[in-house]
Design a protein around this ligand. Structure first.
Ligand SMILES: Cc1ncc(COP(=O)(O)O)c(C=O)c1O
Length: 424
């Protein structure tokens, strides 16, 4: 099973069998509040009939179409819709089926861009400790989580890791911490150590989500942008979690006022109803790659059987329409202060070592016991029994409610967290 202790699961299976709104029902027909939008996927809530109907209709009209040398019109319609939501200048979209695929595709786009631009030696990639960029080989190499890397070989060559941005000085800060912008100078050190002409791209999650919600220090992303501009390095924001409203704006790039060159996205792109990922790039990247091509020959030798799957495109179009019609990103922004205040009320509990948060995303650390990660695992089991689903990574809990949540859902979530965390 993916990221699961098979032995623990088999001893006491935890099954989700039904969903509606912000709730799951388990195999005992008990109601469980979804405190993590599934896995950050379902901001519009579960069981959205508009999406189900759009997928059903699409499958009846055309179930599948190949996307090598052919296309289906909905993919262009969707690409245009996404381009209109993206920060200015990022307007070319390539589709895949997951966040991991979006990251590995972004790596290849970075290689292809520099190759087409007459700098094929730019092959190093810079990422960060405590990053999560999915599980494909490129993303695993970029990631900064030891368990995800240690037994999977050397990874792709030439990946350099900057330090992560968790600092004791910023503990228990809502939003961006005051300290730590200078950590971005690790990119400068990589340039000085390896030579600027060798670095293709710098990959960061604007907010590192899966390792416990590490919000960037004030000025950190701006500094990365400056260094990338100075040395011709592509800046890639992995917005697989933060994309589509999680920070209160369409993308974290908007919230932090920093425009990268490439954005990866997935999850909320279809409200989780169909597997889909996407990579968006600046026009200049697209032009450079396409203009370097030979007539009649693909300019980018990359793609997936399920790129632009018609059912995924239909799900995404229906999802984006819901976000717009219901003003869900604005709703997320309105709910965010109440949510942050509720989560930060946990700081009174002795077991809580730190809390961080931005928008409708928050992480908290519990004090480890003798085996790191075992308390986090115990916590998520106890929360599930108490009727709340959240994600844990190691000894960090991660909370990401749906944007349709009401203050009473937030209260219910916080009550369960207080009750369970008080037991330690
Ligand atoms: C920032 C980031 N990138 C990539 C991924 C991988 O996405 P997927 O699980 O859809 O492959 C994730 C998944 O959580 C993620 O958080």
């Amino acid at each position: 099973m993916p990221f699961t202790s098979n032995q623990t699961f088999k001893a006491d299976p935890q099954l989700f069998c039904k969903t509606e709104g912000v709730y799951y029902w388990n195999h005992r027909d008990e109601k469980i509040l979804d405190g993590c939008s599934g896995l950050f996927c379902t901001p519009a809530g579960h069981g959205r009939k508009e999406i189900a109907n759009a997928v059903f209709q699409q499958l009846q009209t055309m179930d599948y179409s190949p996307h090598f040398m052919r296309a289906n019109p909905t993919s262009f319609e969707l690409a245009e819709k996404i381009a209109n939501m993206l920060p200015e200048g990022i307007n070319r979209v390539f589709f895949c089926s997951s966040g991991s695929e979006s990251v590995d595709t972004a790596i290849k786009i970075a290689y292809a861009y520099h190759h087409a631009n007459g700098q094929p030696q730019r092959q190093r990639l810079v990422s960060r400790e405590r990053a999560y960029h999915g599980v494909n080989l490129g993303g695993t190499s970029l990631s900064g989580m030891v368990k995800n890397r240690e037994i999977f070989g050397q990874g792709i060559p030439g990946v350099v890791h900057m330090r992560h941005t968790w600092l004791t000085e910023n503990q228990f800060t809502i939003g961006e911490g005051e300290q730590g912008a200078e950590l971005a100078d690790d990119l400068l050190r990589a340039v000085q150590l390896h030579g600027v002409e060798t670095i293709a791209a710098c990959f960061v999650e604007p907010i590192a989500g899966s390792t416990g919600v590490l919000v960037p220090p004030k000025g950190y992303l701006q500094r990365l942008r400056e260094i990338c501009d100075q040395y011709g390095i592509l800046l890639v924001f992995d917005e697989v979690i933060t994309g589509f409203g999680r920070t209160g704006k369409a993308f974290a790039a908007d919230s932090f006022g920093v425009i990268p060159d490439i954005i990866t996205m997935a999850k909320a792109l279809t409200n989780g109803a169909q597997p889909m990922g996407a990579i968006a790039v600046k026009q200049s990247i697209y032009d450079t790659i396409v203009n370097a091509g030979q007539p009649g020959v693909p300019e980018f030798f990359h793609g997936y059987t399920y790129s632009c799957h018609p059912a995924s495109c239909a799900a995404s179009l229906a999802t984006l329409a819901i976000y717009e019609q219901e003003g869900l990103f604005e709703q997320a922004a309105v709910l965010a202060p109440l949510f942050q205040e509720a989560i930060f009320s946990l700081s009174r509990l002795p077991i809580i070592k730190d809390i961080r948060g931005y928008g409708l995303l928050a992480g908290f650390d519990v004090e480890s016991d003798s085996i790191p990660g075992s308390r986090g695992n115990d916590l998520q089991l106890k929360l599930f029994e108490a009727g709340l689903h959240i994600k844990t990574t190691g000894d960090a809990g991660i909370v990401a409610p749906a944007f349709i949540s009401t203050p009473s859902h937030i209260e219910q979530m916080t009550d369960i967290l207080h009750k369970v965390l008080s037991q330690y």
